[in-house]
Design a binder for this molecule. Structure first.
Ligand code: ADP
Ligand code: MG
Length: 392
């Protein structure tokens, strides 16, 4: 078990919290403040426990001078102030006397947001390459370090791994929830353990499939990903997307785990995304047709496997759910899961948005927010931002 913010006495301490404020901003206006809201539990806990709160976050990528203005964190300090109902101080510099003066002036319960950590990437990628001089400097501004930026836990940067090496440390509420739910769904003993994978490409998910297929009882493959597997099996799939880079891998997995893998038997096809569509058995697909969603027989087959499942992991939608015509497969699977209260964790950026669009996220065991971090976790990798944190 990793140490958490609750394991420390924060009273009067300068607590550096690495948060994920990487929100979409256009022309200085925040388009979606979900990530700011997600960090409030940890920030409010620190305020209520009389800490001097120092927040660090990245925002976008900073490669050249013009990225500085575009990725200025100032608007986030204003929005955060509204959400916590108190003024949030802002340092426009990532180091130097202006920043140090604000830190020295902090009273218990005050909150300071430091400028985008990736401003330090402009000069030699200091943040992203985990420059230890920079990490030590930031660490010198605080007494305790808390990592609550789950979305960057798969990266070793100065503002998460670097500082953690220099200070007593722990994780915040958000990271704690993510890793304890992921640990629980991956490692508990309830069976059958069913994994549903979809999305567009096989290649991006090779390591996830490799890791999960060993552990699960059934792997249901839908979405665009299924066509590479169906094509390996010699079925006619028309012009549906096949991932040539994942072809040999799919063949190997099918040979080795044929008893675990369930593939679509029918699908919704059309000659173009916007064309007329029809439902056909896979083998009746015409040469000029493409599959965009799983069909009713496949939904029935998948639900049969889900019925009575002890736990489920979903990564990747069952069809091109962004288009109303092709969301039935993904929605039907979610409806079955929520109706039968099946313990389900959803990981992946598009998968999470498909749940929010088509279902009720609160009825799922967990919707994981960190795209890359969650995928690397599902690959069985150790996340460096978490590994560096002290055990209890
Ligand atoms: P995640 O972000 O959850 O890991 P992916 O990025 O792997 O998921 O896949 C999501 C994308 O896959 C969506 O944009 C969806 O439109 C696409 N997709 C799903 N099924 C198909 C299909 N049959 N043909 C083309 N694209 C598909
Ligand atoms: Mg995606």
């Amino acid at each position: 078990m990793k140490r958490t913010i609750e394991d420390y006495d924060l009273n009067g301490k300068r607590v550096i919290i690495r948060v994920d404020f990487n929100v979409p901003i256009s022309d200085g206006v925040i388009q979606d403040d979900t990530r700011i809201k997600a960090s409030l539990k940890t920030i409010n806990y620190a305020i209520n426990n009389n800490a001097k709160v120092i927040l660090l976050s990245h925002l976008g990528k900073v490669k050249e001078e013009c990225d500085l203005v575009k990725n200025d964190l100032y608007p986030v300090s204003v929005r955060l102030g509204e959400l916590i109902n108190q003024k949030v101080m802002f340092s426009s510099k990532t180091r130097g006397s202006e920043l140090e003066e604000i830190v020295n002036s902090l009273q218990n319960g005050d909150v300071l947001l430091i400028q985008n950590t990736r401003y330090e990437d402009l000069d030699g990628k200091k943040e992203s390459s985990c420059d230890m001089e920079l990490a030590k400097y930031w660490a010198s501004l605080g007494d305790i370090f808390i990592n609550d930026a789950y979305g960057t836990c798969h990266r070793a940067h100065a503002s998460n791994v670097g500082i953690a090496k220099c200070l007593p440390n722990g994780i915040g509420f958000l990271v704690n929830e993510e890793i304890s739910k992921l640990d629980s769904i991956m490692n508990e003993e309830t069976r059958p353990f069913v994994v549903i994978m979809g999305g567009a490409k096989v290649h991006d998910k090779i390591h996830v499939i490799e890791n999960l297929i060993k552990k699960c009882d059934k792997l249901l493959i839908g979405g665009g990903m299924a066509y590479t597997f169906l094509s390996v099996k010699g079925l006619s799939i028309g012009k549906s997307i096949v991932d040539l880079d994942g072809y040999d891998f799919a063949k190997g997995i099918l040979d080795k785990y044929s008893d675990k893998i369930v593939l679509p038997v029918d699908h919704v096809v059309s000659d173009s995304v916007d064309g007329e569509c029809r439902v056909v058995n896979i083998n009746d697909t015409l040469d000029n047709e493409m599959g965009f969603d799983i069909g009713p027989l496949t939904i029935e087959r998948f639900c049969l496997e889900l019925d009575g499942a002890g736990r489920v992991i979903i990564n990747g939608p069952m069809g091109m759910f962004e288009n109303e015509k092709y969301q039935n497969g993904t929605k039907s699977i979610y409806d079955f899961i929520t109706l039968h209260h099946i313990k389900t964790l959803v990981g992946g950026g598009d998968s999470a948005s498909s749940v929010n669009k088509l279902s009720d996220a609160s009825k799922f065991y967990h919707i994981s927010t960190g795209g890359g971090a969650t995928l690397e976790y599902l690959e069985g990798k150790v996340l460096p931002g978490i590994e560096v944190i002290h055990e209890k």
